[in-house]
Design a binder for this molecule. Structure first.
Ligand code: IMP
Length: 192
């Protein structure tokens, strides 16, 4: 089955491509000729995922899914959450976001956090939502150079490596996005 993943994030395309397996041909926005920026105007992960998938479906009529994900920090009342990418400003710098996160957590004892991912799927006869989560803590200093975003600061519960110290395979075993994608894949396989 051909499915468009409505994202321009190279890391995510790689991560999700590895999880989907050979039964599915993952098409990018470029592959379907969608070169414009997708809207992300809501204030929830769920709303943004639905908005992006609907944008592609309405204009291109291709089975598609979109995701939105973010880091929710307990002591910051769920921030940066849906604003994770632009926490330190619209320039979307992971380094600046991580620095700001450490600043905001300075002096706070509670370092609990959670990555959450939501996927919204649109097929001609279905609209479905899937969610994955991974719990962990925010370290005091970054560790590791793989992955992206807040990976170097996030130590998943029960792990000795941060997400940025894990290779793709290790990250995919536990990640929020992998959890959501696995549900997506199970659903797609159940349709056959
Ligand atoms: P997106 O809009 O789904 O790309 O995610 C928003 C932001 O959440 C990203 O730019 C990252 O800052 C953060 N984020 C989401 N997933 C991850 C992850 O797996 N590792 C690190 N940061 C992530």
């Amino acid at each position: 089955m051909k499915l468009c993943f409505a994202s321009n994030n190279r890391h995510k395309l790689e991560e999700i491509g590895a999880l989907l397996g050979a039964d599915f041909t993952l098409m990018t926005l470029q592959d379907i000729g969608c070169l414009e920026e997708l809207p992300e105007t809501t204030d929830t992960l769920e709303g943004n995922a639905e908005e992006k998938a609907s944008y592609v479906w309405d204009r291109y009529h291709i089975p598609c899914f979109a995701d939105d994900s973010g880091l929710e920090v307990e002591a910051l009342h769920g921030a940066p959450g849906v604003y994770s990418a632009m926490y330190a400003g619209p320039h979307r710098s992971a380094e600046d976001n991580n620095r700001l996160l450490l600043e905001r957590l300075n002096g706070k004892e509670n370092r609990k956090a959670r990555f959450r991912a939501v996927i919204y799927l649109i097929l001609p006869e279905y609209r479905m939502k899937f969610e994955g989560k991974v719990d962990g803590v925010i370290l005091h200093e970054p560790r590791g150079s793989q992955g992206y975003g807040y990976d170097p600061l996030f130590l998943p519960d029960g792990c000795t490596k941060t997400l940025a110290e894990m290779n793709l395979e290790e990250k995919n075993e536990i990640s929020h996005r992998a959890g959501a994608v696995q549900q997506l894949v199970s659903f797609l396989k159940s349709l056959r």
